[in-house]
Design a protein. Structure first.
Length: 177
């Protein structure tokens, strides 16, 4: 088994475990929070508050289920394409983590939208009145923030050459990146 196959299988297994964790927390939210008063963890700061979100982030674009599903499939295809192109080695493990987090978050919320036509949200920072969110949202947010930090501060431009399509040389053959 090649290193690339091992990396890909490890990423898929990690994403599957994260998806199971997300779905389990949402199941617990439905069982224990639905039709209940919010469960206060830190008075005035943080609570568990059940919400059925039929929109995107912050409740925008309510009821656009098909659009969300198509966008999710496109995002998953892009993540898979670049994940598979990542160079082997420890240096690129942080980018593999980003791909895993983005995949798990996208699939976790896609499962909800497919089965229920809404996403179960239940985490609420009351102190700043932040919109209610879920574990899959955390994966996507942490993954996107980590991606930004890695691109801005960790990787050098030449290390990210795998992102660009191979250039054709004068004789028509492709240059390896």
């Amino acid at each position: 088994m090649t290193k690339r196959v091992k990396y890909n299988l490890t990423g898929l297994l990690a994403a599957a475990l994260l998806i199971v964790l997300d779905q389990w927390t949402k199941h617990l939210a439905v069982l224990h929070l639905k039709d209940q008063t919010p469960f206060v963890l830190l008075e005035g700061v943080f609570e568990l508050n059940y919400l059925e979100n039929r929109g995107a982030a912050f409740g925008m674009f309510q009821g656009q289920r098909t659009v969300f599903l198509v966008c999710t499939l496109v995002i998953l295809a892009v993540v898979a394409f670049y994940y598979n192109r990542l160079p082997e080695g420890r240096r690129f493990l942080p980018l593999r983590l980003v791909g895993t987090l983005l995949t798990a978050g996208a699939i976790g919320n896609m499962i909800d939208r497919t089965l229920n036509s809404f996403v179960v949200d239940f985490l609420y920072f009351k102190l700043i009145d932040f919109p209610v969110f879920n574990v899959a949202d955390c994966y996507v947010t942490v993954g996107a923030a980590l991606l930004a930090v890695l691109i801005l501060f960790y990787y050098k431009e030449e290390e990210l050459g795998f992102i660009k399509a191979p250039k054709e040389e004068k004789d028509g053959s492709e240059e390896k990146v």
